[in-house]
Design a protein around this ligand. Structure first.
Ligand SMILES: C[S@@+](CC[C@H](N)C(=O)[O-])C[C@H]1O[C@@H](n2cnc3c(N)ncnc32)[C@H](O)[C@@H]1O
Length: 308
């Protein structure tokens, strides 16, 4: 199994401008690459709350962060509930919060997790295996119009309707419960392979995002995170999908606000509470060297804000 190569590692951690004795949260600890870099920038008083919704990932992370066990709290949970998790584990405010979105390489590589169309496995795709809805449940129970919306909007699949109707026809005969069966049906509906990319790529991504309620969780997580930042605390988000980046950009822009001229003269700041300032208004992306060594980095976009 491949270990997860952290994306935009130096660019991210340098922009978090670590305070050595500060409190930090890594909301998507994964294999612990970013978390380790954060801990290396802290002194023994600094603390890190490392959260992941995937218990397997958390165990890998625990092994990696063992040398910092005394200053690092590992928690199984969803960053949508960051406020509760922070409170339960004694963190009041954070000097920096990181969210590195999406799936990790180990999740994709473990065939039995059912994320990949490249190996046959039960259709699962849950990042958190303690949750109840699997990809098989979603594929067999979701109404056709909702399937079309998900394939079109999360997967940017232009022939979403054709795929949804084909899956609906098939599931009426027998439930679709394996990754290979789903990949085959999608591929068939789309007329087989044409380019370099497997025809089921976009539909698999869309189902993963729906099963894990990724976009809904992101909005809740951002809202929680911005309220938990200490003054001058920084929030860094790495996204991999245009819809995620759009949510992050709009959320940050709303809190960065703008100066509006007043009729009676002068200007007034208008924006969402709490107020923040941009650290990277234009997203930071990976350079060619990083992309060559880690293709996942190709679509990564880093945005950072600071609470004023
Ligand atoms: C791209 S990986 C993070 C990799 C990590 N930065 C590293 O260096 O190894 C994303 C991780 O976020 C986790 N994750 C995704 N959505 C989450 C959520 N809503 N709450 C908590 N963890 C989440 C996934 O389980 C996965 O382990």
């Amino acid at each position: 199994m491949q270990t997860h190569k952290p994306v935009l590692l130096t660019s991210t951690v340098s922009r978090m401008r670590l305070k050595p004795a500060g409190s930090y949260a890594d909301c998507t600890a994964g294999s612990g690459g970013h978390a380790q870099a954060i801990l290396e920038g802290l002194n023994p008083e600094g603390r890190l709350l490392a959260v992941d919704r995937d218990p397997d990932a958390l165990e890998r992370c625990r092994a990696r962060l063992h040398p910092w066990a005394g200053q690092c709290t590992l928690v199984h949970g969803n960053y949508a509930q960051l406020a509760r998790l922070a409170q339960e584990h004694g963190f009041e405010r954070f000097d920096g919060i990181l969210m590195d979105l999406g799936v990790s390489s180990p999740q994709l590589d473990q065939a039995e997790r059912g994320f990949s169309f490249q190996a046959d496995a039960p259709l699962d795709m849950r990042m958190d295996q303690t949750e109840s809805v699997t990809a098989a449940d979603w594929v067999n129970q979701t109404e056709v119009p909702e399937m079309i919306r998900v394939f079109r909007s999360y997967g940017e699949e232009r022939r979403a309707k054709r795929v949804a109707l084909a899956l609906d026809r098939e599931r009426r005969k027998a439930p679709i419960v394996r990754t290979e069966a789903l990949a085959g049906l999608v591929s068939q509906a789309l007329g087989g392979r044409r380019g370099r990319i497997h025809p089921a790529t976009r539909v698999f991504q869309a189902i993963r995002m729906a099963v894990n309620r990724e976009l809904e969780g992101l909005e809740e997580g951002l809202e929680a995170a911005v309220h938990l930042l200490a003054p001058e605390g920084r929030l860094a988000v790495i996204s991999f999908h245009s819809l995620e980046d759009r949510i992050v950009k709009h959320f940050f822009a709303a809190h960065a606000g703008r100066e509006v001229s007043l009729q009676q003269g002068g200007a007034e700041w208008q924006g969402a509470d709490p107020r923040v300032r941009w650290i990277t208004k234009k997203p930071v992306t990976a350079d060619e060297e990083e992309v060559a060594g880690n293709p996942r980095a190709r679509s990564a976009k880093l945005r950072v804000i600071e609470r004023t």
